[in-house]
Design a protein around this ligand. Structure first.
Ligand code: BZD
Length: 802
């Protein structure tokens, strides 16, 4: 549905009058946002309805993406873009003396995720709709999103993120679709006409109420649904006379998002969350299937439904599906198992041991007694089946239940027909190292799906000037079909284009410099190299290596050795309980303070750690980056996605050969990336032989020693104990992230980068190549591979709106 400027202005005036009895000129920013988002909602409502009707009519197979995190950020501009209204609305507002960007600041950032995993889930939602598939998200409507980060004396403090405090404008409560989820109590199996059915006693009943969020496809008339579940007191009859304590206990289930990324904490409430949204989602899927598709013929289920398990948090889906099919719908175990495996697929996001979920049997039996019985039976049959086929060792290594614990990855793998990693190297490591036994058992289940990013958000919305340059050079087609971006490479020797690229980057840097000044009071020179590392704070991501480089530059400058001007920009949250990560934040903040206030340094080097990195802030930093730091210990970063966003905006990558960095290098060629560091085999050699002795490196390298010593010799004020902690960590025998092992190679590549920076034309040529080849990481390509190779979906036929 098209809209003209005049129509839009009229609608806005009407909404503001209806809602607030005001004229546009009197409305506050928040009121304008409310009115504008209501117009957008009216805009997609008809196609949302039409999509639902078409689904019922066409009965196409649908995928349900189960994820404990979704991190969409804000939705106003992306909904406008996807409706095809962005330009018109932005211009109409300008006519009225208003600014869309200002109005958009009233929208809270929907931070229902920690980092890459949650952001990927949100990108997949946008992409499924935009590529024309019917895909549904299934997750949790957390009352409090990821904490807001503040720095106090250089330390991270966490503040609650009460994002629902102002009304949420995008969700629709669908009470009629509520289901009940049961926890605890006792189960007894009783005979009912020859069928053993569970009888529950003393269990806690929780009502799961869905809130649906529209996911508007990119100018294709399709609108999908992201369904987030809220935990509420059950209706009377299930729980009579609830006390305040009952209410609190139930509401707690969906109260907070666990702020741990790449780490596992075996807490009861987390297990409750996992079962809550998994059970609610599956019940509602099967309700729909029974009503709309095939009554009670479940053998057809895999032809209509695909369920994706995003990391192991929803892995209970395997057991819950069995429970529903066997107990509720009375399908035989063998049939039900066959249906379950054909329906489920699973993505692994990490090879780090500390992130792999393992639940105590005792905890699971108490909270989910029937589910624990079912998992025990799945495990028993698994062992039974493999006896005499493979060695007992392999069985013991791969079975679900081991040493009093339920291994969730094993449940997901045994219960799925597809298991994928998120970048080529990562999948290869799953096959050859981490899940080797499973790969030998089920090689056909393993496949790679390299991650992707929504170019719509990261170029079209975040970088409008670059978008216009692409339109002007290669035409507008790239906006719908990213293959076209490769044509940008034809402009490699076109001076006008290179100059435009330079100007666009400069203008974006001026804007970011202003934001930095507003937020920190620090003035940075937009002519300096903007060197960016934005991602969660984690030892394996090695913000520490960047810190050592900063200290090295500082000492050089103090000693009169010159370097090009550089502004190092960090954005990173640490898990509240992750002591080392918080120590790193403190040391970086104190280092920044020291350098930024040193009159000898002036503006040759600035270090900016921006608070509260989130999707909204990313949209401002990424278009202004010259350099993208992707420096994780090789083998540790499953894929990375900020690497893709930054290259798409023309930043040049400094990269270890880890995760998707390898594929970026492959796409742009080795002359257009700065790669360094240990190779995979060298890393594994260190691990296997336990022969990494960083102290030797440190004693024999004066440059390294000078940087590392500055952590403990009083150079950096106010951070003695934290500096000491970092120092000790770097020098520990067999330190697992190999920071010092990569130090000198990192310094060398940074020197090479400085030389490239001096050759301006060459720099922007490299930048141009990176932009052109970012098409390879378009999430729509990723999603089409999932749709074809894992979920076996067809596109929904829907009339394109006029
Ligand atoms: O997933 C990340 C990986 O570290 C990245 O390499 C990868 O690009 C993305 C997307 O595939 N993993 C996470 O973000 N993990 C978590 O956020 C997480 C959250 C809760 C518990 C465990 C892990």
């Amino acid at each position: 549905m098209r809209i003209t400027k005049e129509e839009f202005k009229q609608r806005l005036a009407r909404k503001v009058r209806n809602y607030y009895e005001e004229e546009i000129s009197e409305a506050s920013n928040a009121e304008l946002f409310a009115a504008l988002s209501a117009i957008v909602r009216d805009g997609f409502a008809p196609q949302w309805r039409r999509t639902r009707i078409s689904e019922k009519e066409q009965k196409q197979k649908q995928v349900y993406y189960f994820s404990i995190e979704f991190l969409p950020g804000t939705l106003l501009k992306s909904n406008l873009l996807n409706l095809g209204w962005l330009e018109t609305v932005s211009e109409a507002l300008e006519d009225l003396g208003l600014d869309l960007d200002t109005i958009a600041t009233a929208e809270p950032d929907m931070a229902l995720g920690n980092g890459g995993l949650g952001r990927l889930a949100a990108a997949f939602m946008d992409s499924l709709a935009s590529t024309g598939y019917t895909g549904n998200g299934n997750g949790i409507r957390y009352k409090y999103g990821l904490f807001k980060q503040k720095f106090v004396n250089g330390y991270q403090k966490e503040l609650p993120n009460d994002w629902l405090k102002s009304q949420d404008y995008w969700e629709v409560r669908r009470e009629s679709k509520s289901v009940l989820v049961r926890f605890g109590g006792q189960v007894h199996m009783v005979d009912d006409n020859g069928w053993l059915v569970p009888q529950y006693e003393g269990e806690e009943v929780v009502r799961a109420v869905p809130y649906d969020i529209a996911i508007v496809g990119y100018q294709n008339g399709l609108t999908n649904t992201l369904r987030l579940w809220d935990a509420e007191i059950p209706p009377e009859g299930e729980l009579n006379y609830p006390t305040i304590e009952d209410r609190r206990r139930i509401e707690d289930i969906t109260s907070i998002l666990y702020p741990d990324d790449s780490n596992y904490e075996g807490r009861l409430l987390r297990l409750k969350q996992e079962y809550f949204f998994t059970s609610a989602g599956l019940q509602s899927i099967l309700n729909y299937y029974v009503k709309e598709i095939a009554k009670h013929d479940f053998s057809e289920l895999p032809n209509y439904v695909a369920i994706h398990i995003n990391d192991t948090h929803p892995a209970l889906a395997v057991a819950e599906m069995m429970r529903l099919l066997v107990d509720k719908y009375r399908v035989s175990w063998d049939k039900a198992w066959n249906i379950t495996v054909k329906t489920m697929s699973y993505t692994n996001h990490t090879i780090m041991q500390e992130a792999l979920e393992k639940w105590e049997i005792s905890m699971m039996s108490e909270l989910l007694p029937r589910i624990m019985q079912i998992i025990t039976e799945i495990d028993r049959r698994y062992v039974e089946n493999l006896k005499n086929k493979v060695s007992d060792e392999v069985i013991e290594r791969t079975r679900i239940i081991k040493d009093g614990k339920v291994r969730m990855a094993h449940l997901a793998i045994i219960g799925s027909h597809s298991i994928n990693g998120v970048a080529e190297l990562h999948t290869q490591l799953l096959e050859t190292e981490v899940l080797k036994d499973f790969y030998n058992l089920y090689p056909e289940r393993f496949n790679n799906k390299t991650n992707g990013i929504t170019l719509r958000r990261w170029i079209q919305i975040a970088n409008p000037d670059l978008s216009k340059l692409l339109d002007k050079t290669i035409g507008k087609e790239w906006r719908a079909n990213s293959d076209e971006m490769l044509n940008f490479e034809k402009y490699l020797h076109n001076s006008e284009t290179l100059n435009s690229l330079k100007k666009i980057k400069y203008d974006n840097k001026v804007k970011l410099a202003k934001l930095i000044k507003d937020r920190t009071g620090i003035i940075v020179d937009p002519k300096a190299i903007f060197d960016v590392q934005v991602k969660r704070l984690h030892a394996y991501k090695r913000q520490t290596l960047k810190l050592l480089h900063i200290l090295h530059l500082y000492q050089d400058l103090k000693a009169g050795i010159d370097h090009p001007k550089r502004v190092v920009i960090f954005g990173a949250k640490a898990a509240p309980s992750y002591v080392f990560a918080k120590q790193v934040i403190k040391v970086i903040n104190e280092t920044a303070n020291m350098i930024n206030n040193d009159p000898d340094i002036h503006d040759k080097l600035k270090v900016i750690f921006l608070e509260n990195y989130d999707v909204t802030l990313a949209e401002k930093i990424i278009p202004a980056a010259d350099v993208s730091e992707q420096i994780s210990t090789t083998t540790k970063e499953a894929s990375g996605t900020s690497n893709m966003k930054l290259m798409a905006n023309g930043a040049l990558t400094v990269a270890t050969m880890d995760g998707a960095n390898i594929e970026i290098k492959d796409a742009v060629g080795e002359d257009n990336i700065f790669s360094f560091g240990l190779a995979k085999d060298e890393v594994y050699k260190y691990y296997a032989s336990k022969s990494y002795h960083p102290r030797n490196l440190y004693e024999n390298d004066a440059v390294m020693k000078r940087a590392v010593d500055s952590l403990i010799d009083g150079t950096i004020p106010n951070s003695n104990s934290e500096g000491q902690a970092l120092f000790n960590n770097f020098l520990e025998d067999n330190e697992q992230f190999l920071v010092l092992a990569d130090f000198s190679s990192y310094i060398k590549i940074q020197n090479k980068l400085e030389q490239a920076w001096a050759q301006e034309r060459l720099w922007y040529q490299m930048s141009l190549v990176n932009i052109a080849h970012s098409e390879r990481f378009d999430v729509d390509k990723t999603i089409k591979r999932y749709a074809k190779e894992i979920w076996h979906l067809n596109q929904l036929k829907i009339e394109k709106t006029k």
